[in-house]
Design a protein around this ligand. Sequence first.
Ligand code: AHG
Ligand code: MN
Ligand code: MN
Length: 330
Amino acid sequence: MKPYVTVQQHILEQQRKHPSATGDFSLLLTGITLATRFIANEVRRAGLKDVYGDTGTINVQGELVQKLDRYADDTIIRCLNYRNMVSMIASEENQEAILLHNSLEGGKYIVIFDPLDGSSNIDVNISVGTIFSILGQPQNQEKQETDILQCGYKQLAGGYVIYGPSTELVYTTGHGVHIFTLDPDIGTYILVDEYKKIPSKSKIFSINEGNYQSFPNGVKNWLAYVKDEKNGPYSARYVGSLVADFHRTLLKGGIFVYPPTTKSPNGKLRLLYEANPLAFIAEQAGGMASNGKQRILDIKPESLHQRTPLIIGSKEEAERVCNFLREDSH
Ligand code: AHG
Ligand code: MN
Ligand code: MN
């Protein structure tokens, strides 16, 4: 009989493997999971409560802020700013980081998040998500926003919640990828899969071909390859919510590609709170994440909201895209 393991128990077990770890990290993660339970509750009532539509304000990304973006952002901040182990938080929805502890003591962790990913899908009842990344706060120095600009390989944890037919939490602390389903009746995330691995190859490709004309030639050549029936057949799947496209890729394998486009010459997706946490999970699951030139987790961030091209999924499929891009660059 499979035991019931809550996410809190699982995090504590994971922490036991870090001899130096205190309960702080586990408390921090439960702050995030609490916030996602509030958000899941709101997402499920979107049609009944006034959370469809936009707030009429534009965020730092130049995008119209949806009501649910704002609600999710406020909720995560309210669930974190009570906890004294968080030094600063940064999100897609706020221009600057929010310093929670100006003093030197207190605050061991930095939390960065995309409070609601896939906003364009909210009003059409398609899965959306929350993505989070946790970094260590450099100690013994005045805290400053640049403390956030750490390479992805330094992340202490990366994870996401997908608000789909069921609400699922996926996270890693560097010891495998673990999946939990929220039981809405008892309001608890229950472990459903441990040490998840991405199938090393799988004939599913995920890209928004509406941008085809502006893709680099290497991407066009790769698309010709996957559409050539002697290499296939491949299936095309594109939800338009990164969390949903990634979650399918984690479970079924395949490759998600968001290349540079005319509109987004550095790619559309954000390095710190979209690409990095998902790249951490992808690599822990035996997959790969690249910007076409280098490993996502090795990119040194220059700014909080910087964007990156993203190639993420089954190792073999990701390497194939990168090979086409390399051939094109010669
Ligand atoms: P967000 O809603 O947080 O701004 O993210 C939207 C992103 C991501 O979820 C998705 O993969 C991508 O936008 C889709 O972009 P296109 O509509 O250009 O394909
Ligand atoms: Mn997003
Ligand atoms: Mn978002």
